[in-house]
Design a protein around this ligand. Structure first.
Ligand code: NAD
Length: 309
């Protein structure tokens, strides 16, 4: 394993992937940021007159999400010029480039089937000995690691950045069944010394530590809001600046995280902890299902609990 990290590949350029890419750029590390570029237009894009050729040839999607991240507030980057350390590309065309990096970080949607498919592909191009980690919010690491080569399993674990990646300090490191102690020790030190985080090694339990506690709190609130007839504004008024959380009132946080991600994590806890006595709390109330159907996922779709965030 190369302990001098000069270049990382970040796979997935959504909310977290873009933020993590910026954070590495902030500390002087080169980043290769890859995502899929869909081969079809959405209805909205068709209506806007965009052609598929424009979309694919220009390969703008990864750049678009990076640009959106760079413009977001609080800023993910210390200085705009650091963004030049990030090169972007299409996962399908550029995946072979992961052979040139020292660390591959998977940051795609929170779905085991998608992550497994992505790891199947990465395994073909990753150089033996290269560090490879997942930013999953809660999918057990063993499910992503099992059945892969010894070398992969030895160098694989969870590295869970919190959102926004530049600002939140917690960095959970979650070993899989065969992660080598050398890898864990290295990541622990790297998180503290280079990423400026507080590294915590967590057991491979569903949703690990931060999200097992955090999602329980948010899910409990979803039920309470319904039972007590509270409004979103009332809850945020009481759980925001007045108690010293200027940016992180409850429903605003859900909009920033993305409702789909939160739902995937809650469902994962339900599936993987069937005998947890708090099982009912993790069941989603109907209004959440309705929001999911309407794609009111938060800032990523322009509408969540709030509009045009
Ligand atoms: P997101 O929806 O913003 O981005 C996901 C990205 O995955 C998209 O850019 C999408 O194009 C890409 N993707 C989808 N299918 C793919 C495929 N087949 N191959 C390659 N890329 C594909 O999601 P996010 O919030 O950035 O979350 C990414 C990961 O980080 C998830 O595992 C999530 O649980 C975790 N995470 C999220 C947060 C948060 O607050 N949102 C915090 C910590 C960890």
């Amino acid at each position: 394993m190369n302990k001098h990290i000069k270049k990382v590949a970040v796979i997935g350029s959504g909310i977290m992937g873009s933020g993590i890419a910026c954070h590495f750029a902030n500390i002087g590390v080169e980043v290769l940021l890859l995502d899929i570029v869909p081969r079809e237009l959405t209805e909205k894009e068709k209506a806007s007159g965009l052609t598929l050729k424009d979309k694919v040839v220009r390969n703008r999607l990864v750049n678009d999400s990076l640009m959106a991240a760079l413009k977001s507030k609080p800023s993910p980057i210390y200085h705009q010029k650091f963004a030049q350390r990030i090169s972007t590309g299409n996962l399908e065309d550029d995946i072979a480039k992961v052979s040139e990096v020292d660390w591959i970080i998977e940051v795609v949607v929170e779905r085991l089937d998608v992550k497994k498919m992505v790891f199947d592909n990465l395994e073909k191009y990753r150089k033996p000995g290269t560090l490879i980690t997942s930013n999953t919010s809660g999918i057990p690491i063993k499910f992503m690691s099992e059945g892969r080569s010894e070398d992969f399993q030895k160098h694989f674990c969870g590295t869970h950045f919190f959102n926004p990646a530049r600002y939140l300090k917690l960095f959970e490191i979650i070993p899989g069944p065969k992660t080598s102690p050398e890898v864990l020790e290295f990541l622990n030190g790297y998180g503290e010394q280079f990423l400026g985080k507080t590294s915590v090694v967590a057991k491979d339990t569903p949703a690990f530590i931060g999200n097992r506690v955090g999602i329980f709190g948010i899910q409990s609130l979803f039920h309470m809001v319904k039972e007590m007839g509270l409004t979103v504004e009332e809850v945020d008024k009481l759980t925001g600046p007045v108690i010293g959380r200027p940016k992180s009132a409850t429903f605003r946080t859900v909009d920033v995280v993305g409702l789909d991600t939160l739902v995937h994590v809650a469902n994962g806890i339900n599936e993987n902890c069937p005998s947890d006595e708090r099982h009912e709390v993790f069941q989603l109330p109907n209004f959440i299902n309705t929001m999911m159907e309407n794609k009111w996922l938060g800032s990523k779709t322009g509408q969540g609990f709030y509009k045009k965030i």
